[in-house]
Design a protein around this ligand. Structure first.
Ligand code: C5P
Length: 223
């Protein structure tokens, strides 16, 4: 069989990561979390004292870190200059800075090259998740899914993931999600957008298993 490319795009908190990883595992495909790559770049810039709001400084530094994204669906790892950064890239400092970094065209060009390389090296194909997989990185994908969910649902899910229970904490997470969505959707280069040929799935009222089942059905229809 020819390698297959399945892409999932959408804003934060739609269940993209859980769902795409599980689909890759069940189909025996490789898996690529492209948000982790933008986070790893951001982490390196912060560690190296680069002002992330200075687009020129970010552009100039963007070729320096060696970012390696594992594509094993069971335990994807991400390293920067040989150090596993899977933990720190989820921290609040990186989350706050990543939208600014990912708006810089030089950053995107570099990471998109790496993303296409990963797909080309995947023996049976790949499930790739992000914001611009269907529109920019893999326009030729066999199946494009665009996940959505209400902002409240997304904040509640993210809060549960982070172990936050108090209303003020949930409200802060919601504000952060809305800020990041606006930045990701409004940027000039490769904004978060649904590809014309993507299938939209609203996951507000679905649990992960339902979403996975639905998407596996879509894959079978395409096969
Ligand atoms: O998916 P995740 O929340 O980890 O993504 C972090 C950030 O990386 C997003 O808010 C977005 O700014 C950026 N990103 C992107 N393009 C992608 C994936 C992520 O710009 N393909």
């Amino acid at each position: 069989d020819a390698p297959v490319i399945v892409v999932l795009d959408g804003p934060a908190g739609t269940g993209k990561s859980t769902v795409s990883r599980e689909i890759a595992t069940r189909l025996g495909l490789s898996f690529l979390d492209t948000g982790a790559m933008y986070r790893a770049m951001t982490y390196w810039l912060l560690q190296n004292g680069v002002d992330v709001d200075d687009a020129e400084a970010v552009a100039n530094a963007s070729a320096k870190p060696v970012i390696l994204s594992g594509t094993d669906a069971d335990g994807p790892t991400i390293t920067v200059d040989g150090v596993d950064v899977s933990g720190p890239i989820r921290g609040p400092e990186v989350t706050a800075a990543v939208s600014a970094v990912s708006a810089v065209p030089e950053v995107r060009t570099r990471l998109v090259d790496l993303q296409r390389g990963s797909a080309a090296a995947a023996p049976r194909g790949i499930v790739a998740e992000g914001r611009d997989m269907g529109t920019v990185v893999f326009p030729e994908a066999d199946l494009k899914v665009f996940l959505t969910a209400s902002a409240t649902t997304r904040a509640t899910r993210r809060a549960a993931q982070l172990g936050v229970a108090d209303p003020a904490g949930v409200a802060a997470i919601l504000a952060d999600i809305e800020r990041r969505d606006a930045a990701d959707s409004g940027r000039a280069t490769s904004p978060l957008a649904k590809a014309d040929d993507a299938i939209e799935v609203d996951t507000s009222e679905m649990d992960p298993e339902e979403v996975i089942g639905h998407i596996l059905g879509l894959v079978r229809q395409r096969a």
